[in-house]
Design a protein around this ligand. Structure first.
Ligand code: NOJ
Ligand code: CA
Length: 570
């Protein structure tokens, strides 16, 4: 009897505790919790170049697995792995011949599962790269498609007659490939042309065919069931083309490949793209997965529709515009203002595997390390989710080929010397000053610059003022600061031509970020009164030791390129 009474009391207690927990939970949900990807830090891995586990000179999945401790310690929550699926490697994996497997060069599906499991143990999610616009010409779908005009998968790709009956009559219209030359390839097996926005070996899928749409949605589901947390969608701008095949308007001049410059009016960003993205999002939502877009746009206004009119498309369309801007306070301020005015969740990127390394691109040739720290301070403290590119955190530099015969990326061979290709920004990760930068015991597939002897993980970890330790500190700060994670963005001192400064603030928390983007000392005045009243500052992070103990909210004397980040106290 006694026992029964005790048991009843225990059950009641458990019920009350559970009730309280549920109430507390509903309180936080009332405050609209951020979806997971908004508080996460993403990191792009080019799998050929991250870590080689078997000495063949090419990075692989087991190599990535062996470096998860490093990524966790850096403060990464999700890795986007550039395509690691079976591929003839014409475009280094962006020509996929099987969407539901791993290229033997990178490992096996079992290795993938192991990586994912280890990732989960480290709190690191896996994002795969889904090449939605095209397949490899060796994909069985295309093999079938090109076999005859009546093949079951003929209409999975874009086949058209030329201007006349024969090859010599020319392609259907003036569309050109982004990778040089005409976008139409004559196929003598069936005497028609097929469309390829990228290489000849990358035929575009026909997204107007519902069977293609089903197959592609199904592929994402296949990987979600395996545990991936989302996709980076390749080349989404080019998913659809004008069904009437109208000529693109021709502009003056020629590009690096010698082709006429054209406006991509009928081949890029057609409205139908949004329907395709909405469908991909419906599948993603079932798995709480995130869709990141490779969205090259001309301006911020073009980027906004990618979120979807009802927030039902990409959660994270990349702001690649930032990569085209020059390092300058007014230029960045203007861009950030434009991004903020859209009201969307920004996705800042400062580098990737297609463009020159950020260290070189923003650098002035004299202060590149300091500028790399300024860039990190800026984009890791702005509102939004950052995506780092491997090696950026140690100040890796481009290593462009100097001779055409050394170029590996086909566009570099075609466009030489104006277009040197993308080998330079895809060099092996620099882990140490050991041979081959500790990347491989074999000969690396791509040449490592000599600068690896000082720009490498092992040495930078030991140096408190290294770029790597700066990144680590910024990422650690972000993780614990509600102002940096959730706060609004308020531009400060908007007339200042040299110092970029802003507030990040919530109801109870305010952080100020001040970055001297000039090579000269600058005075910075706190003009805070229109925004909040504060009595003092408490330094959170700075590159300038003399500001470590600053508490003044009047003026700061900044050294060239100095960064000052402080909590503001009421
Ligand atoms: C964008 C990818 O980032 C790039 O590397 C690739 O060559 C093209 N899309 C074609 O897939
Ligand atoms: Ca390998």
């Amino acid at each position: 009897m006694h026992h029964r009474f005790a048991a009843a009391v225990l059950v009641l207690l458990i019920f009350l505790v559970a009730l309280r927990a549920a109430r507390a939970q509903s309180k936080t949900t009332d405050a609209k919790p951020h979806p997971w990807y908004q508080h996460a830090v993403f990191y792009e891995i080019y799998p050929r170049s991250f870590m080689d586990s078997n000495g063949d000179g090419i990075g692989d999945l087991n190599g990535i697995a062996s470096r998860l401790d490093y990524l966790k310690d850096l403060g990464v929550d999700a890795i986007w792995i550039a395509p690691c699926f079976p591929s003839p490697q014409v475009d280094f994996g962006y020509d996929v011949s099987d969407y539901e497997n791993i290229d033997p060069m990178y490992g096996t599906l079992a290795d993938f599962d192991r990586l994912q499991k280890l990732g989960a143990d480290h709190g690191i999610k896996i994002i795969l790269d889904f090449v939605v616009n095209h397949t490899s010409d060796r994909h069985p779908w295309f093999t079938d498609s090109r076999a005859s005009r009546t093949a079951p998968k003929r209409d999975w790709y874009i086949w058209r007659d030329g201007k006349g009956q024969g090859k010599d009559d020319g392609p259907p219209n003036n569309w050109i490939s982004g990778f040089g030359g005409p976008a139409w390839q004559w196929d003598s097996a069936t005497n028609q042309y097929y469309y390829h926005y990228f290489y000849v070996q990358q035929p575009d899928l026909n997204w107007r065919n519902p069977a293609v749409v089903d197959a592609m949605y199904g592929t994402t589901e296949w990987w979600y069931r395996r545990g991936v947390a989302g996709f980076r969608l390749d080349a989404v701008d080019s998913l659809f083309e004008d069904p009437a095949l109208r000529d693109n308007p021709v502009l003056p001049g020629t590009n690096a490949f010698g082709d006429p410059t054209v406006e991509d009016k009928y081949t890029q960003r057609l409205p139908e793209v949004h329907t395709a993205l909405q469908g991909l999002r419906v599948v993603a939502n079932k798995y709480n997965a995130v869709l990141i877009g490779e969205t090259w746009t001309d301006n911020v206004a073009q980027l906004k529709p990618y979120y979807g009119a009802a927030n039902d498309e990409l959660q994270m369309p990349m702001d690649l515009l930032l990569t085209k801007l020059k390092f300058s306070a007014p230029v960045f301020r203007e861009h950030i203002d434009a991004v903020e005015s859209t009201g969307e969740w920004p996705v800042f990127v400062i580098g990737n595997h297609d463009i020159q390394r950020s260290w070189n691109r923003y650098g002035d040739g004299h202060h590149n390390d300091q500028i790399a720290k300024d860039m990190a301070a800026m984009y890791l403290t702005l509102r939004g989710t950052p995506i780092l590119y491997y090696g950026e955190e140690i100040g890796m530099q481009n290593n462009d080929p100097t001779r055409r015969e050394d170029v590996k990326d086909p566009i570099g061979r075609l466009g030489w010397p104006k277009e040197k290709g993308r080998d330079g920004e895809r060099t092996p990760m620099q882990w140490s000053d050991e041979p081959h930068a500790g990347f491989s015991t074999g000969t690396p597939w791509n040449a490592i610059p000599d600068t690896y002897k000082t720009y490498n993980v092992a040495d930078e970890l030991k140096d408190p003022s290294s770029i790597l330790n700066w990144y680590k500190q910024l990422l650690a700060l972000r993780r614990t600061s509600s102002a940096l994670l959730d706060g609004e963005y308020v531009a400060l001192n908007e007339e200042d031509p040299n110092v970029f400064s802003y507030l990040r603030k919530t109801k109870d928390d305010a952080v100020i970020v001040v970055i001297n983007m000039s090579a000269a000392p600058q005075m910075f005045s706190f003009h805070l009164s229109p925004h909040l009243s504060v009595r003092s500052a408490e330094t959170l992070l700075t590159t300038q030791p003399s500001l470590q103990n600053n508490s003044s909210v009047a003026q700061l004397s900044l050294e060239p390129f100095a960064v000052y980040i402080a909590a503001l106290k009421k």
